[in-house]
Design a protein around this ligand. Structure first.
Ligand code: C2O
Ligand code: CU
Ligand code: CU
Length: 462
């Protein structure tokens, strides 16, 4: 903060300043990365295609020790669901936990009653069948629980899984698409384990966002990834409760980003690093046939901590391309000329977080909007006396377009569909947003403790 010498705010009891975040241990690369299994679709007489169960289990994260964890259709994290644009999906969701949960489909454009927000809690033992048509373009989405006040803890304990959507365009593009071979899902999460190697959420909890010293990628401790000398597509998800990641290669080599949260960029964008705040995704391609190094090669975080060492085999193989034209995303003049009709002010820290001065109230509708009508929302991150912090802002049930950041065009790699955006202190972001379906949808900070602490509101689409 400013005013050095007056108060050392990091000393305020219980407050861990986010500029002095706990650092992450380096991955030793001891374990080959786990790849989430693909959930098989199997249509029964009722037309149920998938069953997704939230369950408790024990997982050997550390050699020879069982940790108590949560998972979907397994003890930790979840399987990968693969949908095709245009298909109708029927999912039986089952709560086998000892507590309430919901099944939220983050980034999916579905009706409010399918979205799985805090109003849709299933009690222990309950199940619910949901049905929706997949009506959006190829992208990498995810799913996680959303019960009132308990989202952070349930995600922390292991409830999170991935969704891939494919369409004609993604099939046409000849991108690397061999799942687990050259098309790799990567869920980055930081955790703290106690002496018994347990995820003791209440002990680890920080009201301003729980940050851990231990990195798990797809639930793998000390992961490494073995790749061939070819183009490899990494689908990055920041699945942490609160930690931001800035991904780069330790060699300084560049890579290309091909997709944002909700679809392909128009063309690949060359980057040396990319920052993802909680819940943001990006697809990147690293060409391992082009990187010559005698040293170890790894994906690292900004402070040089090793996230994912690569072992490059001598096999060169695939013929995948990085296409030049991938999408036809655009900001129309009409969208750019629309007046701001909704303003959102994010403010506060710890358990004092608010949106437009209010905390979440499940009985209050904060905004209404017409189905299928584009509006412009302006989101402002109001700094506090200590400067404030980044809030990753997310809206349910839709993908939106960033019109501007502080009046300027968004960076090239944000000119694509987004459902979550990082907003810096004192930054003002305008987005063009419409909803395809009706219902009540949440918008909130995706620092999960902020969400649980009430940094959330509701928009009703009629
Ligand atoms: Cu990942 Cu309310 O969402
Ligand atoms: Cu969501
Ligand atoms: Cu926040």
């Amino acid at each position: 903060g400013q005013n050095k010498g007056e108060t050392d705010h990091s000393m305020i009891e219980g407050h861990m300043s986010h500029d002095q975040v706990v650092s992450l241990n380096d991955s030793t690369g001891k374990n080959e990365l786990k790849i989430p299994s693909l959930l098989k679709s199997e249509k029964d007489e009722e037309g149920i295609v998938y069953t997704v169960r939230a369950e408790k289990g024990k997982t050997e994260i550390f050699d020879g020790v069982e940790s108590d964890t949560y998972g979907y259709n397994g003890s930790f994290l979840g399987p990968m669901l693969r949908f095709e644009k245009g298909e109708t999906v029927k999912i039986k969701t089952v709560n086998e936990l000892d507590e309430e949960t919901t099944f939220h489909w983050h980034g999916l454009e579905v009706a409010g009653d399918v979205d799985g927000g805090p109003h849709d809690a299933l009690k222990p033992g309950e199940e619910k069948i949901i049905e929706f048509k997949v009506d959006q373009e190829a992208s990498t989405l995810w799913f996680h629980p959303h019960p009132m006040g308990k989202t952070a803890e349930q995600v922390y304990n292991g409830l999170a899984g991935l969704i891939y959507i494919s369409d004609n365009n993604s099939e046409r593009l000849e991108l690397p698409d061999e799942y687990g071979e050259n098309d790799i899902p990567l869920i980055f999460q930081d955790r703290t384990f106690d002496e018994q190697k347990q995820l003791n959420y209440n002990a680890a909890k920080n009201e301003d966002g729980t940050i851990g010293d231990t990195l798990l990628v797809n639930g793998t401790l000390n992961p490494k990834l073995t790749v061939n000398k070819e183009k490899v597509r990494l689908r990055l998800l920041n699945g942490s409760n609160a930690r931001n990641f800035t991904f780069k290669l330790n060699t300084g080599n560049s890579f290309v980003q091909i997709a944002t949260d909700g679809g392909f960029l128009n063309e690949p964008v060359t980057l040396n690093e990319i920052t993802l705040t909680p819940s943001e995704r990006a697809e990147i391609i690293i060409d391992f046939s082009k990187i010559q190094t005698d040293d170890d090669l790894a994906l690292i975080n900004e402070e040089e901590s090793v996230l994912l060492p690569f072992e490059v085999s001598n096999k060169s193989a695939s013929t995948s391309k990085t296409p030049v034209e991938m999408n036809d995303f655009s900001l129309t003049e009409e969208e750019q000329d629309l007046p701001v009709t909704k303003t959102i002010e994010l403010f506060g820290m710890m358990d004092m977080v608010t949106i437009n001065g209010k905390k979440f109230d499940p009985k209050r509708i904060d905004f209404t909007q017409q189905q299928g009508v584009t509006e412009v929302w302006e989101i402002y991150n109001k700094p506090d006396m200590m400067g404030g912090m980044i809030h990753p802002f997310h809206i349910h049930g839709t993908q939106f377009k960033i019109l501007s950041r502080d009046g300027a065009e968004p960076p090239e790699n944000e000119r694509g569909w987004k459902d979550s955006i990082s907003i810096k202190p004192d930054e003002r972001v305008k987005i063009a947003i419409q909803f395809k379906h009706k219902g009540v949808y949440m918008f909130h900070c995706h620092i999960l403790e902020h969400e649980d602490n009430g940094m959330m509101g509701q928009v009703k689409i009629e």
